[in-house]
Design a protein around this ligand. Structure first.
Ligand SMILES: Cc1cc2nc3c(=O)[nH]c(=O)nc-3n(C[C@H](O)[C@H](O)[C@H](O)COP(=O)(O)OP(=O)(O)OC[C@H]3O[C@@H](n4cnc5c(N)ncnc54)[C@H](O)[C@@H]3O)c2cc1C
Length: 547
């Protein structure tokens, strides 16, 4: 339940009144909030029993920065007027009866399941699907190629220290999926009329995530908090009758007459399987290959590539919030620019107070991404500056040509950095020369870096668009294109390079297989992947009855 304040004892009525657009100074007190609510409802403050913050955002467009609130308010029983009459009397578009509907899906399937459903992957898509299957009596088997979270963290930290990569347990693979070593940003653009979004956030909080994710406009959990939340969800799945196996990779499918009948794990164990949720993520390149060989229809899909850029967080705070910066959490930014070549350049996965991480999952290839802790206490701000790449850029019509395109860039990055993250100052990229010293921004990289020249890490058409974009962003954030801004490469895993086709019942062309989440091409980000996992659960529970 998002923070609210019980102001007076005594029972409050069930209906609550929702007020949007309450603008308060960032120094506002509790009393200021009560008075603002009372003024909006033309009631005395004493009539307000409780309020709950539903949304809080920061409006930094004017010199005086404000918090913008949406709150749900409970009125004291002693007040005679009904909520509906108060709303009517106020005649204010920002005042309405609060919609407190929650996600509530009931299985209606009647078809018998001869075997328990199998969920592949413990990223957000697989975890949410498996939790709901377990909660509703389907006793799912969850298989994950990587390690359990604590062991996975050790493997990743060992890789960052020694460059000894565990091909099955790394930043892309393992308990919690790709987002475990992330900033844990939870915002999504997905339009949601089914309350799945609310369920995703409530569920994270129910398993230990900070409650402010329920009302902050751009919520984030941070990698440090996300790890225990993920483990709690897994323990719940087991308590609810599910089973979770780590170090268990889906390596093959046995298909008869267009329907799945068995799966193979780790190239040896075969398990009867009628329903399989393939929530494998955007980096399961060997599994995409196997699915294609087994006859699933895959299509190449656009994604974006680029470089990560680092600035001092203090500069971004100053630019976004000016003199009020010290009163606010580390600032973020979202930048877009249409280049002269007609492509869009934009900032992606911005991590305030974060780190650039070596997010590789294959030998001899190097990809970067961003990560922050909940406190976002790091010295630097970083984000990926990326350009959209379409299938026609991949140089082949092969469904997996996008993967080959990624591999080519990652190989060049690996060679340029000699196995470490290749880093260059923006000024040196403009002059196409090696960086030999750093300036006022110290690279904050997990996995080690090497000062070099990134020019050859991206094809000319992409590199030029990114440079044009960075120069344009300097108009919006002064210093963004500073000579000493630090670039690292390559950011190539921004979303899935393939889509696994599925029909309206969310089944692939092979009966019983449900492509799910980001890897299958139906989500982008933690929250939308979890929401797709919920949709796939609903599809299964609409067809089959619980075990
Ligand atoms: C470093 C980093 C930072 C990110 N930061 C953010 C962020 O701040 N906010 C945000 O919204 N998104 C972020 N993302 C993207 C986000 O993590 C993904 O969009 C999301 O995790 C996709 O969820 P998913 O469940 O579809 O797939 P994943 O999370 O990719 O999970 C797939 C799982 O399947 C497993 N798997 C794959 N193949 C097999 C197989 N054959 N057998 C068994 N298991 C298999 C993998 O090991 C993995 O655990 C980040 C990604 C990375 C890498």
């Amino acid at each position: 339940m998002s923070p609210g304040f019980q102001l007076q004892q005594g029972k409050n009525r069930c209906d609550m009144i929702r007020i949007t657009q309450i603008k308060l100074s960032i120094r506002h007190s509790e009393e200021d909030m009560i008075n603002a609510i009372a003024k909006a409802l033309k009631l005395s403050p004493q009539k307000i029993v409780k309020y709950q913050i539903v949304r809080r955002s920061i409006d930094a467009r004017k010199s005086e920065i404000k918090y913008i609130y949406t709150v749900d308010v409970a009125i004291s029983e002693s007040h005679k007027e009904k909520e509906t009459s108060i709303v009517k009397r106020c005649r204010n578009v920002n005042i309405s009866i609060a919609d407190q509907t929650k996600y509530n899906f009931k299985p209606s399937g009647t078809a018998p399941l001869s075997h328990r459903p199998v969920v592949v992957g413990t990223g957000p898509a697989g975890l949410y699907c498996a939790w709901l299957l377990a909660k509703n009596g389907y006793q799912p088997l969850v298989i994950e190629r990587g390690e359990e979270i604590r062991q996975r963290v050790r493997s990743v930290e060992h890789f960052w220290k020694t460059r000894e990569l565990n091909l099955e347990s790394n930043v892309q693979f393992g308990e919690g999926g790709a987002g475990t070593f992330s900033d844990g940003k939870l915002n999504t653009m997905v339009k949601d009329t089914s309350h799945r979004h609310g369920f995703v956030l409530d569920h994270f909080v129910a398993h230990g995530a900070p409650s402010d994710i329920l009302y902050i406009n751009k919520p984030h959990i941070g990698t440090d908090q996300l790890r225990s939340v993920i483990a709690n969800i897994r323990k719940d799945i087991i308590q609810l009758g599910g089973e979770v196996r780590f170090g268990s990779k889906l390596t093959d499918l046995i298909i008869e007459d267009g329907f799945l009948t068995q799966i193979e794990i780790n190239h040896k164990e075969r398990i009867p399987c009628q329903v399989l949720v393939a929530a494998i993520g955007h980096s399961a390149r060997d599994t995409f290959d196997m699915l294609l060989r087994r006859g699933l229809i895959l299509r190449p899909k656009p994604f974006a590539v680029g470089f990560r850029i680092e600035h001092r967080q203090a500069m971004i705070n100053e630019s976004q919030y000016g003199k009020e910066a010290s009163l606010l959490p580390p600032a973020d930014y979202k930048l877009t620019h249409q280049t002269s070549s007609g492509r869009g350049v934009y900032s992606f996965c911005m991590c305030p107070g974060g780190y650039v991480v070596n997010a590789s999952s294959e030998q001899g290839l190097l990809a970067v991404n961003g990560m922050s802790n909940y406190a976002r206490e790091g010295e630097n701000a970083n984000s990926a500056i990326v350009v959209t790449i379409k299938p026609e850029d991949f140089g082949s019509t092969d469904p997996l040509s996008g993967i080959e395109f990624q591999r080519k860039l990652e190989r060049m990055a690996y060679e340029t950095g000699k196995g470490l993250i290749p880093v260059q100052l923006f000024g040196d990229l403009l002059r196409d020369k090696d960086s030999v010293t750093i300036g006022n921004v110290t690279p904050n990289c997990k996995g080690g870096y090497r000062l070099t020249n990134l020019t050859n890490c991206l094809p000319k058409f992409i590199r030029e668009d990114i440079i044009e974009g960075i120069l344009a962003f300097d108009q919006k954030i002064k210093g963004f294109a500073h000579e000493e801004a630090v670039l690292s490469g390559v950011e190539s895993r921004t979303s899935s390079p393939v889509r696994i086709l599925r029909n309206e019942a969310l089944e692939s062309n092979i009966g019983g297989i449900y492509p799910c989440g980001e890897g299958a091409g139906y989500a982008g980000g933690i929250t939308s992947a979890a929401m797709d996992g919920i949709k796939v659960f609903e599809a299964i529970a609409t067809k089959y009855r619980p075990i």
